[in-house]
Ligand binder design. Structure first.
Ligand SMILES: [Mg+2]
Length: 396
């Protein structure tokens, strides 16, 4: 089998809000076609026009080869070998950042393709099932413009998540810091008040996770606030500090008891090693597309397992990424949860419409995906619709 062509689809949600702290408003979907009629599908969570350029740009020397040019004509079955070849051949432009994010979309598509060619689900080729089912948590981020509305909606959404069968919910409490949702700027007491409201509403038996999206300016401020959050019995606090402040993270993991989670923006196992070994973060959150795809995500999971650390993959995209995360989680013994949002709990039409993840939530767990490859189908009408929106917004 040979790769014949690669299509990159840039998608955009109509009336996207540039002040919203949500990357579910855009997408890039890649399709890798072959001479045997099989097609692999992938996506990644980065500016989609940038990712498309990373894939389609021609190379100009042997340290900066074009990704599409490199892959067309090759046998897609040696997925891990192709990852290493893409990484080395783009090294001058890549190694980290957007090029790795783009490689991630291609790698997911290659895993999908290999699973389809062999007629087995991806998780079988990632090491086989390590769990009976996968425990999802619902990420809750209502789109509102005022603190009061945000607090009330978050509590209402948490209750809806529990009614849908979730045993774990994550409150996105982004009322301050560089990525405060829709420009809100609230004192820390307000974040504590929201958290208290959510904990009271969900009761003591629901696992409660919190994401503050880099809100604390420094470790001292974070330590002061986290001390007041101990009573809420949190599973983790996600990305409290700027990702480059590894020494600050080390202080948080040493000087207070709540688990710290991070890793959503990092590319490659090498950046995750800094998080594990220098920052001492306890919960590692590779985003499968951004880290470089399933191949690199699996390597991160193995390094975390060697250190006794927990994996909870980050996910803020469509059913394609949900499926990729489910396959990774299924094959990863040290994976505690996946981030998962059923259609009922997302503001993003793009995310709802593009691909059905085919997963059912029963008793707080989702079943393992069992179709060949990722086991999902793209809704072609939705793809065309959101692609037309993107084309209208910007034509390079
Ligand atoms: Mg996050």
């Amino acid at each position: 089998m040979r790769i014949t062509s690669i299509d990159c689809h840039v998608l955009l949600q109509p009336a996207f809000d540039i002040t919203a702290a949500s990357s579910a408003q855009d997408d890039i979907v890649v399709e890798i076609h072959t001479d045997e009629g099989l097609t692999g599908i992938g996506e990644t969570d980065v500016n989609p026009w940038i990712a498309k350029a990373c894939i389609e740009a021609p190379g100009s020397h042997n340290m900066g080869v074009g990704l599409s040019e490199l892959l067309v004509g090759l046998d897609p079955m040696d997925v891990e070998g192709l990852w290493d070849q893409m990484y080395v051949s783009t090294a001058m432009n890549g190694r980290r950042g957007a090029v790795i994010n783009a490689i991630g979309a291609l790698d997911i598509a290659l895993h999908d393709l290999r699973g389809k060619a062999l007629g087995v689900p991806c998780y079988e080729l990632l090491g086989g099932a390590a769990h009976e089912g996968i425990t999802p948590y619902a990420s809750l981020q209502p789109h509102t413009n005022s603190y009061e509305e945000y607090r009330d909606s978050l509590i209402e959404w948490a209750l809806r998540a529990i009614a849908l069968g979730f045993h774990a919910v994550k409150a996105e409490i982004t009322l301050a810091g560089p990525f405060a949702h829709t420009g809100m700027r609230e004192p820390w007491e307000r974040s504590t008040e929201v958290l208290a409201g959510v904990r009271k509403a969900v009761g003591p038996d629901t696992q409660l996770l919190v994401d503050v999206q880099y809100a604390f300016p420094d470790a001292d401020t974070a330590l002061g606030v986290l001390k007041t959050w101990e009573e809420f019995d949190l599973y983790f606090v996600e990305t409290p500090l700027w990702p480059d402040d590894l020494d600050g993270y080390r202080r948080l993991t040493n000087e207070q008891p709540i688990r710290i989670a991070a890793g959503e923006w990092l590319t490659t196992r090498f950046e995750h090693l800094d998080l594990m070994d220098r920052a001492g973060v306890q919960v590692i959150q590779p985003d499968i597309g951004r880290v470089g795809g399933l191949t690199e995500a699996k390597r991160v999971c193995t390094l975390a397992a060697e250190r006794g650390l927990t994996i909870v993959p980050h996910l803020w995209k469509t059913g394609i990424s949900v499926a990729a995360a489910a396959h990774l989680a299924a094959a990863t013994p040290n994976c505690a949860f996946i981030e998962y949002l059923p259609a009922e709990l997302t503001e993003s039409g793009l995310r709802r419409d593009l691909a059905d993840d085919n997963m059912k939530l029963v008793d707080g767990k989702v079943t393992l995906p069992d179709g060949p490859g990722l086991g999902i189908e793209i809704n072609r009408d939705a793809l065309e619709y959101y692609e037309a929106v993107a084309n209208e917004a910007y034509q390079p």
